[in-house]
Design a protein around this ligand. Structure first.
Ligand SMILES: NC(=O)c1ccc[n+]([C@@H]2O[C@H](COP(=O)([O-])OP(=O)(O)OC[C@H]3O[C@@H](n4cnc5c(N)ncnc54)[C@H](O)[C@@H]3O)[C@@H](O)[C@H]2O)c1
Length: 254
């Protein structure tokens, strides 16, 4: 407990899945969590779950981070609350899928905006503050960012997540001299509201992949949040630029 005591953590996409799990866990560990989500009912629910435990999470209400002005407003608002920030945790994303000849140009642009550009927007907004005070940028990539799969058309999604991984490396290179660390976690298959249906009725090759995972089960949000806690904490003070794959060992099988 208290591994993040009094750290101010800006966390995107707190209304669902791993973002909700991270918001609650970081708050339990003493962090002052300031969130946002596209859907204010879902971020309200996360804040309520925190209150039920005697914790407090703040959120701005409906924020669409794919709009650079909205992303900057959220970061500025978050910085104004405690006058301070330690961690920017970029969790939120929305992909669209489709085979390359069927995915529309709108869907491609939507995915790049909602999975890659939104990370650039929040980082760009907080960078001047972090340059002065130091800080941690924690991005969520994906194993889709470094590989392809034949059973699911994730061309735009994989490209965007590859961009997130690459951007993290560059942020680490640019930020080190200012005391800024930048790290990425690439989850494998994690059971969240977005993916739960695949466990029962996903394509057979995915089910086969899950069945042969070396660690024997699909991921849980807390598997990612545990890694995030470590990478965001002082214990990771000499770690930057990494892409930590948290996937139950799936990618080592090729
Ligand atoms: N679930 C998996 O198997 C898996 C695997 C690899 C990577 N990831 C990544 O992990 C992260 C969390 O995944 P999840 O499964 O918990 O997702 P999720 O869909 O359950 O939650 C994402 C949250 O982000 C919010 N959001 C999306 N776009 C937004 C925007 N433009 N502005 C503000 N909020 C926005 C959504 O409203 C939602 O509450 C994502 O970056 C995802 O790509 C997930």
């Amino acid at each position: 407990m208290n591994r993040m005591q009094d750290k101010v953590v800006l966390l995107t996409g707190i209304g669902s899945g791993m973002g909700r799990a991270a918001a609650l866990r970081f708050a339990r560990e003493g962090a002052k969590v300031i969130g946002c989500d596209l859907f204010d009912e879902s971020s309200d629910e996360t804040m309520k779950l925190a209150r039920d435990e005697g914790l407090e999470i703040k959120s701005q209400g409906q924020v669409d981070l794919s709009d650079p002005a909205a992303a900057k407003r959220w970061v500025d608002w978050a910085l104004s609350i405690y006058g301070h920030a330690d961690v920017l945790y970029n969790n939120a994303s929305t992909p669209r899928f489709g085979e390359i000849d069927e995915l529309s140009i709108d869907d491609w642009n939507f995915t790049i905006n909602n999975e890659l550009n939104l990370v650039f927007y929040t980082v760009k907004a907080i960078w001047p503050y972090f340059k002065e005070h130091g800080g941690v940028v924690l991005n969520i990539g994906s194993i889709a960012g470094t590989r392809g799969v034949e059973f699911m058309s994730q061309n735009a999604h994989g490209t965007a997540k590859g961009g997130v991984i690459s951007l993290t490396q560059q942020l680490a290179a640019e930020g080190g001299r200012y005391g800024i660390r930048a790290v990425c976690i690439s989850p494998g298959f994690i059971v969240t509201p977005s993916t739960a249906w695949l466990v029962d009725s996903g394509p057979q090759p995915l089910l086969d992949n899950l069945a042969r995972l070396p660690l024997g089960r699909p991921g849980r949000p807390e598997d990612i949040v545990n890694a995030a806690l470590f990478l965001a904490s002082e214990e990771a003070q000499w770690i930057t630029g990494v892409n930590l794959v948290v996937d139950g060992g799936g990618t080592v099988l090729g």
